[in-house]
Design a protein around this ligand. Structure first.
Ligand code: GRF
Length: 219
């Protein structure tokens, strides 16, 4: 049985998608813990109700990023995770932390990387007028939002979209592709060669998804 730790900071809908997909598909995995950087994260209650151990390492209790990451890493290590999934975890991690978990540490980012790293990705997409937007499941490396890409899903940007409508369309795809990426990681099927991920026994086209069979250009 593999062990997975999920890190959240907020409502935790990606966490829910991972937990529910794992249960539905009978993954041989134990959700060892959900760890939050905020005591008021909505996702904590959801996890507790399902009997998943929860922990909070409140970033406001630590004077520096290094101090926070040291305690966070100690908290995570107690669960000896095979994989560590950032799911709306809103803290930038130190290089030491990333190195410690590199290869086991993945993230879901709400844009088609390498476009729009960082925050406010939906706003950036609207401001740039892109016609296709989406999300990326990727390995975490020291450079923020630049790790090897595991899977991506695209959605159209429609004429009347604002940040909220676009975020919702992207979120539905996050919930679809992030569990795939974590499952492949736990199954040992992700091979990284020169920064490029190959998924063993999966056709490359299955690491890409779109919310509609036809991506509309314009609207
Ligand atoms: C998601 O859009 C995720 O990609 C981004 O923050 C949001 C978190 O949502 N990093 P949730 O907490 O998983 O519902």
């Amino acid at each position: 049985m593999k062990s997975l730790v999920i890190l959240i900071s907020g409502r935790g809908s990606n966490m829910q998608a991972i937990v529910e997909t794992a249960a539905r598909e009978n993954w041989p995995v134990s959700i060892a813990a959900v760890v939050s950087s905020r005591p008021d994260a909505g996702g904590l209650g959801w996890a507790r109700e399902r009997g998943i151990p929860t922990e909070t390492v409140d970033h406001r209790d630590y004077a520096s990023r290094e101090a926070f990451d040291t305690i966070l890493a100690q908290c995570i290590e107690r669960y000896s995770p095979d994989a560590l999934a950032l799911a709306g975890f809103m803290r930038i991690l130190t290089n030491d932390f990333v190195r410690r978990f590199e290869g086991r540490l993945v993230n879901i980012h709400p844009s088609l990387l390498p476009s729009f790293p960082g925050l406010h990705t939906h706003r950036q997409a609207l401001e740039q007028g892109v016609k296709i937007h989406g999300c990326t499941a990727h390995f975490v490396t020291a450079k923020l939002d630049h790790g090897p890409i595991i899977a991506q899903a695209a959605v159209p940007v429609l004429g009347g979209d604002d940040e909220a409508t676009l975020a919702l369309r992207v979120l539905a795809e996050e919930h679809r592709i992030y569990p795939w990426a974590i499952r492949w990681l736990l199954e040992g099927r992700l091979v990284v060669e020169k920064g490029v991920v190959r998924v063993k026994d999966v056709d490359a086209s299955n690491t890409a998804a779109s919310s509609q069979s036809r991506i509309s250009v314009g609207s």
